[in-house]
Design a protein around this ligand. Structure first.
Ligand SMILES: [Zn+2]
Length: 218
C-alpha cells in the first residue's frame, strides 16, 4: 500500500484544487491557499417549515479561484477535485457536531446520466470517508426543476418545493446534508424538510461554497 502511494504520488501527484500546485499527500490545499482561506467557515441559519431551522456551513466563498475550482468540478468533469473539496468541507464542521451519516442533494436522474456523476454525491462520499460516517443515499428528486440560478429568490423556493423525497426511512438519525453551493438555500430547505418528514431528528447542511454575502454570485 505504501509502495502504491509512492507510485501514485509520482505519477499523479495530489494538487491544490485552487491553484494547481502539487501538495503533500493528505493535504487538501497548498500552504498559500490555506493561508488565504477564510479563517472561519460561513454559517447561515435558514428557516424551515414547522418552526425548525437549518444551519448551513461552507468553508469557501463563491468567487475567484474558489468559483473556478467548483466550475471545473461541476461542469468540466474534474471529479478528482471531490477529494480535496470534501476534506475541506469535513474540516469546516463545527467541533463536536453529532451526526450518524451523510445525505446529499441529488440531481435529476437524466441530468446525472448526462453529466456522468452527481457532484454532491462525490463530495458526500469523500466527506464520509474523512469523517468515518456512512453515506445515506436516500434523497431522490421527484421531478425535473428549472435551473435555480436563472430564477428570482421567490421563484426558486417555488421551483423546488416538494421536488425531493427520502426513499428510505431515516428515523432517529442525525444527518449532514451535503451540496456544492448554497445561494438562497431553497434546495437545501426542500431536502431538509424531506429528511425531517422521513424521521430524521437533526440536520446540518454542509456546502463547499457560500454564494451569498462575501463572494456573492447572484
Ligand atoms: Zn493552492
Amino acid at each position: 500500500m505504501k509502495l502504491l502511494n509512492i507510485l501514485l504520488d509520482f505519477l499523479l501527484p495530489p494538487r491544490c484544487p485552487l491553484c494547481g500546485q502539487v501538495v503533500a499527500r493528505g493535504e487538501s490545499l497548498c500552504p498559500g491557499c490555506k493561508e488565504k482561506l477564510p479563517k472561519a467557515p460561513y454559517t447561515r441559519v435558514l428557516p424551515l417549515a414547522g418552526g425548525k431551522s437549518l444551519r448551513v456551513v461552507a468553508p469557501m466563498p463563491y468567487r475567484d479561484e474558489y468559483r473556478h475550482a467548483l466550475h471545473r468540478f461541476k461542469f468540466l468533469g474534474k471529479r478528482s477535485l471531490a477529494k480535496p473539496l470534501g476534506q475541506l468541507m469535513a474540516h469546516a464542521l463545527p467541533k463536536g457536531i453529532a451526526a450518524d451519516g451523510l445525505a446529499f442533494v441529488p440531481l435529476w436522474e437524466k441530468d446525472r446520466a448526462a453529466r456522468g456523476y452527481d457532484q454532491s454525491g462525490l463530495l458526500a462520499k469523500e466527506m464520509a470517508a474523512c469523517l468515518g460516517l456512512p453515506l445515506v443515499e436516500t434523497l431522490q428528486k421527484t421531478r425535473k426543476t428549472q435551473v435555480q440560478h436563472q430564477l428570482s429568490k421567490a421563484l426558486r423556493a417555488e421551483n423546488v418545493r416538494g421536488a425531493y423525497r427520502a426513499e428510505k426511512p431515516v428515523a432517529g438519525r442525525r444527518l449532514l446534508l451535503v451540496d456544492d453551493i448554497v445561494t438562497t438555500g431553497a434546495t437545501l430547505r426542500a431536502c431538509a424538510e424531506a429528511l425531517y418528514q422521513a424521521g430524521a431528528t437533526e440536520i446540518t447542511a454542509v456546502c463547499a461554497a457560500n454564494a451569498v454575502g462575501d463572494g456573492r454570485a447572484e
